[in-house]
Ligand binder design. Structure first.
Ligand SMILES: [Zn+2]
Ligand SMILES: [Zn+2]
Length: 264
């Protein structure tokens, strides 16, 4: 496989993203060719006046192009937080929103990632070690396009056009989401809450099937616990998380209770 960085054995993917409707005008978008450890969910919510994209993957494939058929209205793109596997494609959209407490990481080069082991940043290597995961040679098993330069890839830089604060409303016309600032995983982590449908888009604050990460360099376990206590009072019906499948209220309460019990 290794030949000084050219990886001629990697196939070119026909599509980079998988977009699956999960009901209620919401689509789960994943990157099947990205290593499972850094494969996140993006969520598309189609509204009557605007569409909302929550998180945008690694930035390897062209998200706006592949989703063009679904994006027939202005798009508001939101980053739930400043981790590279969630905001890589944010720069493809005209309206780019995030919480200012992660703004420095999103707008600066602090958390950029590469796709080859030889150039992984120390922070990513630390994460693999902390998770007990073997370090993969590559973070992808295909190329998004002919001629894509695996060796040169870095998370695309992005400027935020709209800063989000707790309580802000993102209006899509026939539906709207309010911002819940939920620090702990990172200082600027947010969730988006639609009261009408009892839908929570939770980023990495509330995730099923893997541990909640509160030991990363910018994490705060105390803040994380406070955020989860707050979410426990939100009357969720469905949670769309930053990783893994959607889940319901009972599972959400189990995850929160497990975390708080381990911390106690
Ligand atoms: Zn994260
Ligand atoms: Zn994540």
């Amino acid at each position: 496989m290794t030949d000084g960085g050219r990886h001629p054995l990697l196939p070119v993917a026909e599509r980079w993203f998988d977009a699956t409707e999960v009901g209620d005008g919401i689509y789960r978008i994943t990157e099947p060719h990205v290593h499972a450890y850094v494969r996140s969910n993006a969520w598309l919510v189609r509204g009557s006046a605007a569409h909302l994209i929550v998180d945008t993957g690694l930035g390897v494939g062209k998200l706006a192009d592949e989703l063009a058929g679904l994006l027939d209205r202005p798009v508001i793109a939101v980053a739930t937080h400043g981790h590279f596997d969630h905001f890589g494609g944010l720069g493809e959209f005209a309206e780019r929103a995030a919480h200012p407490d992660d703004g420095d990481v999103i707008e600066a080069a602090g958390d950029y990632v590469t796709l080859r082991a030889a150039t992984y940043p120390a922070a990513l290597l630390d994460e693999f070690e902390a998770a007990g995961e073997p370090v993969p040679d590559l973070l992808v098993d295909a190329l998004p396009a002919e001629g894509f330069d695996l060796a040169r890839f870095r998370t695309p830089p992005v400027g935020i056009t709209r800063w989000l604060a707790d309580g802000d409303v993102i209006d899509l016309g026939d539906r709207s989401f309010s911002v819940l600032h939920a620090p702990g995983h990172s200082p600027g982590s947010i969730c988006l809450w639609e009261a009408g449908s009892q839908t929570l888009v939770s980023g990495d604050v509330l995730v099923d099937g893997e541990p909640l990460l509160d030991q990363l360099p910018r994490s705060s376990p105390a803040d994380f616990a406070a955020s989860l206590r707050r979410l426990a009072d939100v009357p969720v019906r469905t949670v769309y998380a930053g990783h893994g499948p959607a889940f319901g209220r009972q599972r959400a309460h189990e995850i929160i209770a497990d975390y708080l019990a381990r911390r106690a």
